[in-house]
Design a protein around this ligand. Structure first.
Ligand code: ZN
Length: 275
């Protein structure tokens, strides 16, 4: 972690400092070696926040762009459960920077816990992700909706590739960071049949989440609200490409039926065997 309590004060790690963990209150020591970034580590292998991820330079660079009092903030749920959010803004958004792989159930728990959650995902962890992402973006545009109303949205029918596989089911706002000026926003309305993606400049996103940014029509909540309006809401529940029912779809339907039949057959065999 970047911060710990030293004599009741939030402090960054410095050589020879000792402190208390913000999360669990156990003693922590400052690690200021050459290899890893300066951080605080528990003295014993204390069971602290199970969701905490070892920080990389990438994490730190992101966090450092926010006011320090927004970084590493404890968020309490009504049942008393608590976790340390990487960033918590004054508009109530928790921002989590995710470098390593996260299991779907843990991703879901975090989304339920924080409610207003933004994921920033390191798109450069796996070598092929960026190339695949842009291939899908280039080839993906089905006619998912009348794009005149949302010209900034890029619809993708049948989103493929590891990044979509890992994040398509998320009900939060996911921003892929490939280390460039533009971030790629995967909207929560997306599902495995169709995804909605838009690019947003890093500075623009940071602007929304800067201190004292207005919460009115110019705020991030208002932007998010725009995509929840009537038109968008039913897109994700509508069958995609209703006008298209060619051989491809017929083949997919056939495969699905085949698989369902195989499953049913297997279950029957197991039942017979156990009789
Ligand atoms: Zn702790």
């Amino acid at each position: 972690m970047k911060f710990a309590l030293v004599n009741g004060e939030r402090r960054e790690a410095e050589p020879c400092l000792m402190g208390k963990c913000l999360g669990c209150g156990n003693p922590v020591v400052a690690k200021c070696g050459e290899v890893r970034i300066k951080h605080w580590a528990h003295k014993t292998r204390a069971r602290c926040d199970a969701w905490w991820e070892t920080e990389t330079e990438w994490h730190r660079a992101w966090k450092n762009q926010f006011p320090s009092e927004w970084q590493e903030v404890i968020h309490y749920a009504e049942n008393g459960e608590k976790h340390i959010a990487d960033v918590k803004t004054d508009q109530g958004w928790a921002i989590e920077f995710q470098h390593s792989h996260i299991k779907p159930d843990e991703r879901g728990s975090r989304e339920a816990f924080y409610g207003k959650l933004i994921w920033v995902v390191d798109g450069n962890r796996r070598v092929r992700d960026q190339k695949k992402f842009f291939e899908v973006l280039r080839d993906g545009g089905g006619r998912l909706f009348d794009s005149k109303k949302y010209p900034e949205l890029r619809p993708i029918s049948w989103p493929e590739g590891a990044l979509f596989r890992d994040w398509i089911a998320s009900r939060s706002h996911v921003f892929f960071d490939f280390g460039e000026d533009e971030l790629w926003w995967l909207l929560p309305q997306s599902n495995e049949h169709g995804a909605f993606v838009r690019s947003i400049a890093r500075q623009e996103l940071m602007g929304f989440h800067s201190k004292g940014h207005p919460t009115d029509a110019r705020g991030f909540d208002a932007l998010v609200e725009k995509y929840y309006q009537e038109n968008m809401k039913d897109i994700s529940s509508r069958p995609i490409w209703p006008q298209f029912d060619g051989p491809m779809r017929a083949a997919l339907r056939y495969r699905a039926r085949e698989r369902a039949e195989q499953r049913a057959w297997k279950e029957l065999q197991i039942k017979e065997r156990n009789r």
